[in-house]
Design a protein around this ligand. Sequence first.
Ligand code: GLU
Length: 364
Amino acid sequence: MKRLVIKIGSNILASAEQGLNTRRLRAITKDISEVADKGYQVAMVSSGAIAAGLKKLGLREKPHDIRLQQAAAAIGQSSLMWAYEHHFSEFNKKVAQVLLTRDDIANRLRYINAKNTLFTLMSYNVIPIINENDPVAVDEIKFGDNDMLAALTAGLIEADMLVILSDVDGLYSKDPGRKGAKIIKSVDKITPDIEKIAGGKGSAVGTGGMYSKLLAAKQTTDYGIPVVIMNGKKSGLLPGLIEGKKIGTYFEPRKQGLTSKKGWIAYGVRSRGAIYLDDGAVKALTVRGKSLLPSGITKIEGRFDVGDYVRCLTREGKKIAKGLTNYSSKDLEHIKGKKTSEIERVLGYKYSDEVIHRDNLVLI
Ligand code: GLU
């Protein structure tokens, strides 16, 4: 069965002045129900809690006070879910609320738990509606925005496609407000030039959060999952998309996508430190597909333990890989630059020949 993740942004569903736009929300539930009726399993990532909460608090714009934003999220989340519950039931669909923080994804056990719950819900034809658990999330454990959460969800449930519903028709060749701006129909690789179009670093055009959508698309296509960015304010597009119509901007998936575990290493778990490598080790990892041995290590940064995830950097500090270390930073200080055969003599014990085994390493 095919699985879809559909991401819906706040500005499609709600505004601080008007609260939830229930007409739009209903139209979206109708389209998604049609897709589900065609045999697709659907998980949604929906924003809109904060905006809906602000309206109830009588605030006309997003406050700077984080606690107030978190309170607004708590107030608005129930309205959001109530509206989904109500409108989906019109189309005989059941929904479930799943609230996640960055920490839930970074922790392997909770990640697997979330995955199992989502699969169980979908196997009962229930549509999980995921949002960030804003009331408890502080910067440390925040996704940043729901585009990133949608990318991680797509990886988590090994989706066949991520659809990001935006307030524009897709990715434009330049700021959509400008003359001559055209929709880019298909992107086979997200290059720095493409990022620039979307208002990435080094560009002055701010195109309504398109940059963060592109980063999410980049991550998702790395998993081997295609992404479509399309207009969420127009009805009937989603069913058209799954019938094969060319709508919005299509992002080609990477040919050999990361496995679920390697995707989690690359994007889910956080690294605790860094290991600098000499040129030989860089080549062994990137060209020859080898594991990392102590002999190629030149410098250690940060404090980490056995089983933590670390970044692998070139001499110049360019990130080339990330993986699970079999040795702590303290041990590595003693065995860096040494031959594998010397590990036991130097430390008095040996966990393994490799500092990072190939199976636990992903190239960036
Ligand atoms: N989680 C926030 C909300 O539901 C929105 C975050 C975002 O829009 O990216 O209001």
